[in-house]
Design a protein around this ligand. Structure first.
Ligand code: NAD
Length: 359
């Protein structure tokens, strides 16, 4: 039986995770798919209850699980703690404890929400791209790093470094994802300036020769940023390093208009993963039944596809979400005139009903 670790975290985490729990129950009824659940602490609540944002027990449970479903962490209550106690440290700790090197961020714009984007409808309607970001290397972890003084002036420095194996590993994830989608992979680098990107591109070209079934292209990161807002539908899968991916994935996310709709997956070499909505803990609306649960439910869809080998259940969740949008139901963040405003619970119930109706 698949083991899932549920980590609600802080703020709206509990509310969105309650909707996920209802959907798991419905999936069991409709598909007969049973999971074993554990619950753990992470983030601010873990600081309050155990004195650390990532208790050892949570790491142990995560290592035993096939997948981790996370709500969100953080909030004003913990903003002034020392850096090592901050809730976000819990997330970084999980990434390194589980070796989550590949971050998958789809930017999908449901056609029903095309008006919510800041871009013209014809540019974004039907958008469906996937950004794969390397998550455990590059300039965020490279050594040496720090601050020193030279001639009485301060200098800050970091090192952008990638080993061949790290590049191969993340590009393999890119080729595999492209193969399951539209068959096109764009590798993003800055090979015209950076030596580390020069190696990245060399390795990508070598791998492209070994994966002729995928159409590989290369793009400089500055051009990629421009193309993402000019004509985003030209892309299928983009793969890039940690820093470039951080920026490009947020840019792509915003093409879709609402942070409440965006799922993500972070995978390790064994195929286990951590799944979480892209948004944070939204302390401004926590406890008011206003949070959009769809990013979390779509993260569950990714979990079924990538870690539980049940792409059919992933598809069913996405279809259920789409059908609820067709019914005109909207939480406040995606509400537009002429649609029906609902709360977190009602939105979750509607997705469950749509899934049951289809089953
Ligand atoms: P946020 O994503 O929590 O909120 C930004 C805005 O979007 C807020 O107005 C919020 O109400 C709204 N929003 C977010 N999720 C929503 C949802 N599901 N439905 C409807 N509206 C939603 O970002 P922030 O305000 O910058 O950060 C709040 C806290 O979350 C901070 O402590 C931050 O460190 C943390 N954070 C955590 C994560 C994470 O857990 N992965 C990510 C980003 C921020």
């Amino acid at each position: 039986m698949s083991k899932i670790l549920v980590l609600p975290g802080d703020g709206i985490g509990n509310e969105i995770m309650a909707e996920a729990a209802k959907l798991f129950t419905a999936i069991e009824q409709v598909f007969g798919f049973q999971c074993e659940f554990e619950r753990g602490l992470i983030g601010g609540i873990a600081v309050d209850e155990t004195g650390t944002p990532l208790p050892d027990q949570t790491v142990e449970l995560a290592k035993q699980a096939d997948a981790v479903l996370l709500g969100a962490v953080g909030g004003p209550k913990w903003d002034n703690l020392e850096r090592h106690l901050r809730p976000e440290r819990g997330l970084l700790g999980m990434r390194s404890a589980l070796g989550l090197f590949a971050n998958l961020r789809p930017a999908i714009l449901f056609p029903q929400l095309a008006a919510a984007s800041t871009l013209k409808e014809e540019i974004v309607a039907g958008l469906d791209i996937l950004i794969i970001r390397e998550l455990t290397g590059g300039i965020y972890f490279g050594e040496p790093r720090g601050e020193r003084k030279e001639n009485g002036k301060r200098i800050g420095f970091n090192t952008m470094v990638y080993g061949e194996d790290e590049i191969v590993r993340i590009l393999e994830a890119g080729f595999e994802a492209a193969r399951k989608r539209g068959g096109r992979l764009c590798s993003v680098d800055k090979a015209n300036v950076l030596d580390v990107s020069g190696l990245w591109r060399e390795v990508a070209i070598e791998m492209g020769e070994k994966n002729p079934d995928v159409e590989l292209s290369h793009m400089y990161v500055d051009n990629a940023a421009m193309q993402l807002v000019r004509a985003p539908k030209q892309f299928d899968v983009m793969v890039t390093g940690n820093l470039f991916g951080d920026i490009l994935s947020d840019c792509a996310a915003m093409l879709t208009g609402s942070i409440g709709m965006l799922p993500s997956a972070s995978l390790n070499e064994a195929g286990a993963g951590m799944y979480e909505p892209v948004h944070g803990s939204a302390p401004d609306i926590a406890g008011t039944d206003q949070a959009n649960p769809l990013a979390t439910l779509l993260s569950m869809a990714m979990m079924f596809r990538h870690s539980l080998s049940r792409a059919d259940i992933g598809d069913a969740i996405e279809t259920a979400v789409s059908s609820v949008l067709d019914q005109g139901l909207r939480t406040g963040d995606i509400f537009t005139d002429g649609t029906q405003k609902v709360g977190t619970v009602q939105m979750g119930d509607a997705v469950v009903a749509a899934l049951q109706g289809a089953g």
